[in-house]
Design a protein around this ligand. Sequence first.
Ligand code: AGP
Length: 618
Amino acid sequence: MEARYRGTSRQGQFIAERTWFHLCGIVGFTGEREAQEIVLDCLKRLEYRGYDSAGIAMISDGALTLKKSVGEISALESQIERMPGLTGIAHTRWATHGKPTTANAHPFTDCKGEYALVHNGILTNYMELKEQLIKRGHKFTSETDSEVLVHMLEEVAGADLKSKVLAVLKLVEGSYAIAVVQKGHDEIVAARNESPLIVGVGHDENFIASDVTAILKHTNEVIYLLDREAVRITPKGVELFDLNGVAFERDPKKVSWNLEDAEKSGYAHFMLKEIFEQPRAIHESLLGRLEGQEDDAFFKEQFTSIKILGCGTSYHAGLVGKYIIEELSRIPTNAQISSEYRYSPVTEAKPLVVCISQSGETADTLAAAREAKKRGCKTIAITNVLGSAITREADFVIYTRAGPEIGVAATKTFVTQLIALYLLGLRLGTIKNTISSERRREIVSEMRALPRIVQSVLNDAGKIEDFAKKYKCAQSMFFIGRHMNYPTSLEGALKTKEISYIHGEGYPAGELKHGPLALLSKDTPVVAICAADHTYEKMLGNVREVTARESPVLAIGVEGNQDLEKYAEDVFLVPKVDPLFSPIPIIVALQLFAYYLAIARGCPIDKPRNIAKTVTVE
Ligand code: AGP
C-alpha cells in the first residue's frame, strides 16, 4: 500500500493527487522446503485481486535478498535466479498513480538491509513519521507510506523481531496487514488492523497470506487473524498474540473451498462478494477523510456551478451527487451523460466538472473530460482505478477505495462513488460556509455509521431473496422514487436489466400518470422506494395509484414505516438514516434484489451477455 502526495500534505487529507494501494496481496512461507517457488506460486493465486508490480524477499543463508519488478509475477520470476532459503515473503501491489515503479514495489528494506517488510493498508500518520525519520538520517527509496515501518524497526527498542514489530505498531495509525522478516532468522512476524491476514498451518511449515486462496494448494488449516492481532510463524510453530504482546490460542479451521471458491471468498459470484464487501469499502473510502476538513481548504476559487459527467451507473451516482452537492453547498449542479456532453452548445460560465468512472478508462467519459478541459473548466475525476486514464486527464482525483471490482455490474464502486460525492459536497459546503458546525457533526456521525447500516441490510439478504423468487417471472418491472431516490430507482432498474435480463424501468414516481401507467397490470411489478423524508406521503399516493392498476408493489421503506404494509403487497424495510444518506441502504437492497432475480432465472451474473466491464469505445 502506498499513499503519495503531489500537493501539500493538508490537501492530501482528502482529495488531489493521492494514491492508495489497498487490497494488495501478501504471502509468506517458512518451512523445511525451498521457499522461493512456494512463495511465488502462492502469490500467483492472488493475481485475481489485480496488481501492477510484485516483489519477494528471502532469508538466504543468513543474508537478506530482495527482488522487485513492475508488471506480472512472471516478469519478476524471469528476472530472478535461484534465491536459496527456507523463509520468504512476497507482495503484489495493485495499480499506481502514473507509472508503477520498481522502487515503489514492496518489499522494503531499512538502511542497513536488516529487515524486509510488506504492507497492505493505509497509514494515516506516515507523513509525520517520515519527516522525523528523514531528520534522523534515514534514506527513503520510495514514495510509499509503507516504507516508514521498516525504517522504524531500526529505531525501536526490542530484544527480538516480535517485540520490535509490536513497538513500531504502537506508533502508527491507520490500517495495515504487514509481514516482516529479519536477516539470519527463519521466522515471519505479521500483524493486522483493518486489512485482511490469515495464517496457514502446515506440517513443519507455516504460511501467512492476505486470503486463503494463496495457500490452499499447500494447506487448508487456517487461522483467521482479527484486528489488532499478530502472529510469529516458524517452521515448527505458530505463536499468536495481541498488539500488547499478550499470547492467546485459536484453533485452525478446516477450509473446504476449492481454489475458485476461495477467490470469491466462498461467495457464489464476484457480484455477491462485492455487494457484501460494501461495509468495508465505505469504511476504506472514509478512512482519514472526515477529519480536519475545516482547515483543509482545497479549492481557491469559488465555483458558481457544477457539472457531473458519467456513463451508466457512474452517471446515476452523478444524478444522486446533484442532490448531495446542492443540499450541502447550495451550488447549482447538474449531471449529464458523458456521451451527450459534447452536444451542448451552451456552456455555463466555467463550471467545476466532475467526471465519474469506476474504471477510469470509459471512452465516453474520457472524451467528455477532454472536452471540459477544452472549454477551460477545472476537472475532478472520481475513479476506483489508480493511474487509470482519467487520472491523467483531470486536474484532481478523488479515489474511491472499493478495491478491484470483477463483476460486470457495478456495486461497491457505485456506493463508494456516492461517498466521494458526499465528501466533495462537504468540502464545497465548508468552503461556502453553507453547513453549520452542528449539521456538519451530524453528517460526519451519519457517515461513520454507514458501514454498520449497510451491514444490517446485508443481514436481511434472505428476505430479499424470497421477494426475488416471487417476482422472477416478470417480463418487465418499474422502479419508482422521488428526489434523490429517483436516481436510486434508475440504478435499481439498471442492475435488474443488466443481470437478470428483466426489463427494468426507473421512473420519477410523479411521472407515472403522464404515460407509463398505461403499461401497468398485474404482470408488471413495481418497486417503490418510500424513503422517510418529505417525499413519503407523495410516494404513498403513488403506491395507491399503482395498486389500483393491480400491479403488485414491493415497497422499499424505512424501519418505522409500518403503514406501508397497508398499501403495498410486499415491504422491505432498511434502517433509518438521515434522509441525505437514504440512497445508500436502499441501493444495497436493490442490488441484492437484482442479484437474486438473476439467480432465480439462472443468469450468468458476473459476465452478463453483450456487455463489458470497461467500455473503451465511444
Ligand atoms: C454498471 O453496472 C455497468 N456495468 C455500466 O453501466 C458502467 O457503470 C458504465 O459502463 C460506466 O463505467 P465506468 O464507471 O467504468 O466509467
